[in-house]
Unconditional design. Structure first.
Lengths: 69, 195
């Protein structure tokens, strides 16, 4: 590949999360940043409650929401 | 970047990022469930740690968070497929170890905000009391790559790289992305919902 040096493996691995791990991550961030749990954040997001929100923390949490965009 | 299979397309997408991030840190890229195979479905990758932040080496005591949303799609164009990854948004953030945001770079064309083009936010702790700017302001930028954030961290904030050849590594890592992306800057063309 163009971007790999011959024989050089980068010191950063890729790990695919389980569904449980992904949900736990979303829940932790939603609680920490927005004081809501994952379910509440998802409900509010899909209901449009965060529409036009300028709060960068909403974006940070939404990046972890399945099918958010 | 294209691949013969969805998995190969994701590998082609993530491998340059692995090399780029390895210039600054020894961490993992966490991919959302199904993020290597499921077509036409939004996935994300993020770094681990407290809210996705990893420690950086250097006197400024900074941490870095990188997140992207992407889709694996079919592309029939010659040299663009049969499968490739299209990015749907990004978030890059530098903060201090005391959790004060320094600067956030965002692109969220389908997100909640009215701002659909790439932009940055200055962290509130970086803004003086009488400033006109606030952390909520969306300051326009061109499309920003992970490599550009890493270069900035090293050059501007004296972050100590792990890779003494970081300039070459970042140039190599960035090249395939710049070859295949369909829009580079916010002002050149209106970015599509996906590239």
């Amino acid at each position: 590949m163009l971007t790999q040096r011959e024989g050089a493996e980068p010191g950063v691995d890729v790990v695919e999360l389980t569904a449980e791990e992904s949900r736990a991550m979303l829940d932790r961030e939603a609680r920490h940043l927005l004081n809501v749990d994952a379910e509440e954040f998802a409900r509010k997001w899909h209901a449009g409650d965060y529409r036009d929100s300028a709060d960068p923390r909403v974006t940070q949490v939404a990046m972890l929401l399945p099918d958010a965009w | 970047m294209p691949g013969r299979t969805p998995y190969r397309a994701v590998e082609a997408f993530l491998d340059p990022l692995r090399h780029a991030l390895a210039c600054l840190t020894r961490t993992k890229i966490l991919v959302s469930p199904g993020g290597h195979e499921m077509l036409d479905h939004e996935h994300f990758w993020t770094l681990p740690g407290d809210r996705g932040y990893v420690d950086l080496r250097g006197p400024a005591r900074l941490q870095l968070s990188c997140r992207m949303r992407y889709m694996i799609i079919r592309d029939e164009r010659p040299d663009y497929g049969p499968f490739r990854v299209t990015t749907r948004g990004y978030l890059y953030s530098l903060r201090t170890t005391s959790r004060q945001v320094v600067v956030d770079y965002h692109w969220h064309p389908s997100g909640s905000s009215h701002e659909k083009t790439p932009h940055l936010h200055i962290g509130s702790a970086q803004i003086g009391r009488d400033a006109v700017i606030s952390e909520a302001h969306h300051l326009p930028t061109g499309r920003i790559t992970v490599e550009e954030i890493i270069r900035m961290a090293i050059k501007e904030f004296e972050i100590e790289p792990y890779d003494e050849n970081w300039r070459d590594t970042l140039d190599l890592s960035e090249t395939p992305h710049k070859l295949y992306r369909s829009w580079p800057t916010a002002g050149q063309i209106t970015p599509p919902a996906f590239d």
